[in-house]
Write a protein that binds this ligand. Sequence first.
Ligand SMILES: [Fe+2]
Length: 521
Amino acid sequence: MAAAFGERPIRAAEVVGALSLATDLGTGQPLEHALRTAVLAVRLGELAGATRQELSDTYYVALLHSAGCTSDGHEAAQLYGDDIVPRAAFALVDSGNAAEVLAFLRSNVGLGRGPELRAAMVEEAIAHGLPVAKQTLAMHCEVAQRIAGWLGFSAGTQAALEYGFERWDGLGFPGLVGGETIPLPTRLLHVARDISVFLTAAGPAEARAMVVRRAGGAYEPGLAELAAQNFDDMLGELDDTRMWAQALEVEPAPQVRMTGDTLDAAFTAIAAFTNLKSPWFRDHSTGVADLAEAAAWRMGLPADSVSLLRRAALAHDLGRAGVSNAIWEKPGSLAFGEWERVRLHAHFTERAFAQSPALADIGRLAGSHHERLDGSGYHRGARGPDLDTAARILAAADCYSAMREARPYRPALGVQEAELELQRDAHEGRLDPDAVDAVLAAAGHRVAKRPRELPAGLTPRELEVLLALVRGDSNQAIGDGLGISVKTAGHHVQHIYDKAGVRSRAAATLWAFEQDLVQSA
Ligand SMILES: [Fe+2]
């Protein structure tokens, strides 16, 4: 849906910055690694005399360089026993150095398997793993390119993302090109990304030595020399305590902004990134968004709230990137420690958007999707009064969608089963009954009008009398209309006044509106 008229544009750097925090989690890097990479890459680009357009492409290539990281989580978890830790280990490997690659495979392939199976898997990976690795990393790049396209970035940014794992010497992945065929933004990324990785893993001296060591191999010699010569300056003003702000400050002019449909498309890209995490989630985030949006319209939410809810629904599981597929795809019950990781995904979602004042509301709502009215949800254990209508709709839509999808530990629920489960959640006080009805109706279920408890102990007869009062009927007209004596009508009126705590017909009318009785009757 298009955004409400008058919506303020949001900087693309903030949207992509939030996504980059999820890719840091998904690649086992410390948060803000991609943001730091963007700062370093732009600084190196400036030293290298890159044009304004090249600097802009470099900036977004750096922020998006791991946007394909969820695309093989399933396969990576099968091979390594985990999809995140091995990514972090591989980030340190000089892929042109056979000894380093072999050491990586021996340390990471088949973790958690028995010794014989593990040895066979390592042997297989050494013998036949190269074409698979080439294919996999080419897929990462293609996904990142498509996401950049959905985000509306330039042809230069999209083209540069194709070469994220190539090397200057042509020995990268997929190993199709080398040298200056690799666009300058990607050559800058290669140096900056690895400096950031080594800063964390081994400190600045080793990071600098690594750049010198890999010059002419992974990196263009001239860029490596420039980085090594200006290493202290490049790092000099890096401030890890304000990396988000620093990364936003270095975006080359003109700053890219998003609003309306482009912002909706960006959140759809975030949903696609999330859906790719596991084959079990392939259409989950988009399905939740469609359902939540339809339910929100049904419940009469204003357009700007519906827009916020849709974006939050598209982003609600972004934090899943930070939890291993070995946990998401476990066929049995989760251990305590695994559950703790699962509970973190809602927190990760919320915090990915927390540093952007323009996006924090979306993050807060998105991060609330596992909360329950009775306090039994996570990650905050929030209760009813803390959960607004949008949060209640999101929770119901997420539950319904998840029930209708298969999971490794259960088949998909049928339509009737899912309805019964959702109704039970409402009946037992976990989900909001109105939100459940709206979600079920939006999903095509026939929903009976839910009997409503009247406020202040009003009886159904007194409600009829009250509505007649609201219409302006006299006691006589009320009696005639309901087939009761004028005296009985008068008693009803007095009871209504007592229960509502009012003394006049006009005040009773106002009370009826306050209690939302007029519309719902
Ligand atoms: Fe979730």
